[in-house]
Structures are given as C-alpha cells and as structure tokens.
Design a protein around this ligand. Structure first.
Ligand SMILES: [Zn+2]
Length: 375
C-alpha cells in the first residue's frame, strides 16, 4: 500500500467513513433487555408513591436513565395494551382493539419473533413470565363451534357470550377468535402465564435468569397484582398502593440478580404499564396515563404504547426501516411525533384532556373492557 493510501485510510477511519466491522454498534448495543410490566399502574398514583419514596428501585433505575410519560392512544385495557407494547403496531395492524375485540397478532410481528429471527433461535433466548390468566398470556387457538351444540349453548347462555355468529354454506357457527398471543408464543424458549402472584412471577423470573445467563436474552416479566388489587379494592386503596410497592420490590430483586450474575452493565431494563386506572375507581375504562422507567440513558422523550417495542428493537441494533408493515411506534431514543418533554417536567404535568375523536375507544367496540371476570 502506498503512503498516500495509508493516509487516506487513516483519515477516513478518523472521520468515521469506513466502518470497522460494526465495532461501534456492538459497543453501544446491550447484550440483554428486560421488559417489566406493571399491569394497571396509574401514572399519578405512581408519582405519589415516588414522592413518598415508596418505589426506591424504580427511582434508582430512572436516576440512571429516564422516567418518561406514556400517553395511551386507544383502548385502555390489557389486550390492547400488551399487544401494542409487544409489537409496536396499532390495532389496525394487529387486529387487537380491546379485551373484547381481538384476534391473534399476525405472525412475525412481536418483539420475540423479531429478535429470534434477527439473532438466530440458537443464539438468543426469549422468555415471558406472565402474571395474568386472561387478556395477557393466554394462547387459545381460534375456535369454530356449530350453533346449537351443547358446548355452544353453554357459551351462548353466559352474561357476555364470547365470539360472534357466522354462517358458512347455510350452517351457523359461533366463531371465537384466537388469543392475541397465539402466534407469538411458539417463538420463545419459555412462555408461562397465569402465575397470578407477584412472588410467583418474580421468583420464576429470577430462576430463569440464572438458567439462561450464558446467552443474550430478552425477558418479558409481567406483574398482575396492581391491576387485580385495583379491580378489587379501587385505585385509592391501600391494597393498590401495596401492590405498586410489591412490583417495585420485585423489580429490585431482578436488578440485584443481574448484578449478582455480572450482567447488569450489559442489560437494559424498561418498566412500563398497559393502562392506568380510573381515579378512585375499580375500573380502567378511561385510563390513558402511564409511564416508562428505564436505565437506558438514551431515552429522551415521552411517547405512546406503540413506541416501546421500537425502543427495544432499536436498542438491540435492528434496522427498523426494513420492517414491513412499517412500525406505528418510534423509538423513545429518537425524536418522534410526540413533543419532547424531559422526565422532570413530566412529573408535574397535569394530564391533558383527551381528544374526543378516537374510534377505537367507543363502548361498542369494547364490550369486554371490564375485567371483572379476570382477577
Ligand atoms: Zn384490569
């Protein structure tokens, strides 16, 4: 190589024109990510708890990264929430509008499937440990039952009968759509749901971290007790408050486990919720104010539920522009549609009045919104 060429090479390396085998990306991407769900955690209540220093682990996490507002566009329930969070798509793409109007999220669109495909199934671990039995985690296939059979009559007699009647070749069937998670769950090493108690969810997550510590991973750890206590005792109850403290405690145990395994510095943690809670009530029919807390220093703005998956996928270095259909959300690490508001300001911000025009939120679309049947 002539001297001139050597100089040109050095110059272009210095200017960052010649990439050095992706060294920069590797250095910046985390090895692992954990998404922790605090199902039904209302933002205002959370900030009150933070103000009383009741959530030291979330506080610590956010002090290393950020705590930003997530404002929900769409139905404030569990199926709509987690489908959007775990995919980055709105209901028009996933077909999951609410607890009562849903279908399996189309194949390939979840964070789990994206990561398994990108990193290779043998080299990457995806795990979901889920507290709920219904609306998050369940994996029922689509079902078609002939109208009038014993099994069908049983469903028809229920207070809120499932599914809708369709007709094929003059025969009437009750069609019950598959669960939103029906397509995605097969991609994972571990998919467990219905664990109910935070303690069961949390200790199982710790066991699985130990088990899979040697490979890069993505964990979804979902705590259900805030939501269930809210439905039972109301948002202003001691029980709801205690459940937030419990979620925080387990978030701290997960963090400690990562430190013990020497993985904390290579792991990003995102804590978020699928919906809030109606102020002082046992419902969350209009509860669009939640949050995202993280040790990711690059999260710079507030956003919406659909921004969570793109944030995670971009952190792992995936090229989001290649995704088809195009993602609805944008990473919280880059300027987005939502106005950039710092985490400090967000704390004192009063929730804005929501826009009236939001077809996905009408009662007619949302027959199963109340989760009374889902403790
Ligand atoms: Zn609920």
């Amino acid at each position: 190589m002539s001297k001139l060429w050597v100089w040109l090479l050095i110059l272009s390396l210095a200017m960052g024109i010649v990439p050095v085998a992706g060294a920069q990306e590797e250095a910046e991407s985390p090895r692992n990510i954990i998404l922790i769900g605090w199902d039904g955690a209302q933002r205002n209540h959370l900030y009150e708890c933070l103000g009383r220093d009741e959530l030291p682990n979330l506080k610590k996490l956010a002090s290393e990264g950020a705590l930003v507002d997530i404002d929900i566009l769409g139905v404030t329930d569990t199926k709509a929430g987690w489908s959007q969070i775990l995919s980055g798509y709105n209901p028009e793409v996933t077909g999951v509008y609410s607890n009562g109007r849903y279908q399996p999220v189309p194949k390939g669109l979840s964070i789990f499937e994206r990561l398994e495909k990108h990193f290779g199934a043998d080299d990457f671990v995806t795990v979901a440990v889920i507290g709920k039995k219904g609306h998050c985690g369940e994996i029922d296939p689509p079902r078609k039952m002939r109208v009038g059979t014993e099994a069908e009559k049983k469903i028809a007699k229920a207070k809120n009968p499932k599914g809708k009647i369709i007709e094929e070749d003059g025969v009437k069937y009750r069609f019950i759509p598959g669960s939103p998670y029906y397509n995605m769950y097969t991609a994972l090493e571990v998919w467990e749901f219905g664990l109910t108690l935070d303690e069961k969810v949390g200790s199982r997550a710790l066991e699985l971290l130990e088990k899979y510590k040697d490979k890069p991973f993505f964990f979804f750890v979902h705590f259900a007790e805030v939501d269930s206590k809210g439905h039972k005792h109301g948002e202003n109850s001691k029980e709801y408050n205690d459940a937030l403290i419990s979620n925080d405690l387990w978030t701290g145990k997960i963090t400690s486990k990562l430190k013990e395994l020497g993985l904390y510095d290579k792991t990003l943690i995102y804590v978020t919720a699928d919906h809030g809670f109606d102020e002082g009530k046992t419902s969350h029919s209009d509860a669009p104010y939640v949050f995202l807390g993280t040790n990711d220093t690059k999260v710079t703005r507030r956003g919406e539920r659909a921004d969570v998956a793109p944030t995670i996928l971009a952190s792992f270095g995936l090229n989001l522009r290649k995704f088809r259909p195009a993602l609805d959300g944008r990473p919280l690490t880059s300027p987005g549609k939502s106005k950039a508001v710092g985490s400090r300001k967000a704390r004192t911000a009063t929730p804005r009045k929501r826009k009236a025009a939001n077809p996905g939120r009408s009662k007619a679309n949302n027959p199963g919104e109340s989760e009374a049947a889902n403790p």
